[in-house]
Design a protein around this ligand. Sequence first.
Ligand code: PLP
Length: 398
Amino acid sequence: MMSGDWRLARRLEAVGVSPTLAVMMEAKALRERGVDVIDFGPGEPDFDTPANIKQAAVAALANNQTHYTDTGGILDLRRAIAARYGNGSGGAWGPEEVITGCGGKNVLFLISMALLEPGDRVGIFAPYWVSFPEQVRLCGAEPVFTAAREDDGFVPRARDLEAHRGLKAIIVNSPCNPSGAVFPPEEVERLAAFAARAGCWLISDETYDTFHYGPGKFASFAAQHDRLRERLILVNSLSKTYAMTGWRVGYALGPRPLIDALRKIQSHDATHTSSISQAAAVEALRGPQDSVAAMREEYRRRRDELVQSLNRIRGITCMLPPGSFYVFPNVTEAMAALGCATSIDFGRRLMAEIGVATVPGEAFGMPGFVRLSYALGLDRIRAGVERLQALLGPREAR
Ligand code: PLP
């Protein structure tokens, strides 16, 4: 892009702004015009950060923990993170194999910066979180997409990766944003076995690991540590688990040489995440966990009701996703009923005609679907669904 006598770096040419952010801006503009927008867009908890965590931040301020910290984060925090994976889940990382940064997004970007260069190919399953391909592209590498199937619960299948040769890394995300899919343990094993055979990195983003509604226990890639050894990177964040999006604390666990490389980049970038946020994060990880369980139960209630009521609307079919706080219904028939050629058009119609904000499937590499977050109160969820039903009609009337 040219502007006067200067131009932006070429690496930006392949990258767009975050589509989820674009929806937020559109909803905001409508709200400012006085429209009551029911916003299913946001990817952040509507809960407040638990009181014990906020108190730890206040104490950190009072104790003048306001100086630069270690680039990777304070030792106490890295120990607390390592301990989270050391208790029988198969992981075995020490604090030197942990780095913290300004949210999971920042840590994922550091990883792309450390590993990827032009010509590298990175396997990503669609539907995918919006920033995975863009971060890969920003590093000059090429995302290679494989679609997970709706009739398979959007679970990525390792066998579908066999078609791709020479992948430098694969990025996986369970529980998944946007589909809510959670990988069963046997698929976690197969994906790890694929990465081991292919000699590629496996980057597992487990940001939503505490929001798994069963059946069964969440299968972390931590259990694949022995199989993958130097090729496994786990990424996680405190943003969703502890309703701490604004605090900006995310982390990665991986082999020491890679973590050292991430430290090197961070030392020339953000330096570290806020010292106060780090102190709060130690309390989040070591303190009582009942608020996490309470949030999970509330999300489960909302998910159950939202999915049930969406399936009563003409033209919408929605699977019950086992994890995260999103549903990802198929809206192809509803799109046809409204004469919309794309889910982007469909989303715009919902926004303009009934003041309901959703994120179109195109943002996640899966047209024909929309993402609805249920990180909003049940009363708002009910009101939003009523508006959708008033526009599209009840399923029974078909
Ligand atoms: N990974 C996934 C799948 C996400 O959905 C998000 C946020 O929406 C993140 C990572 C990053 O979150 P944060 O940077 O707030 O830790």
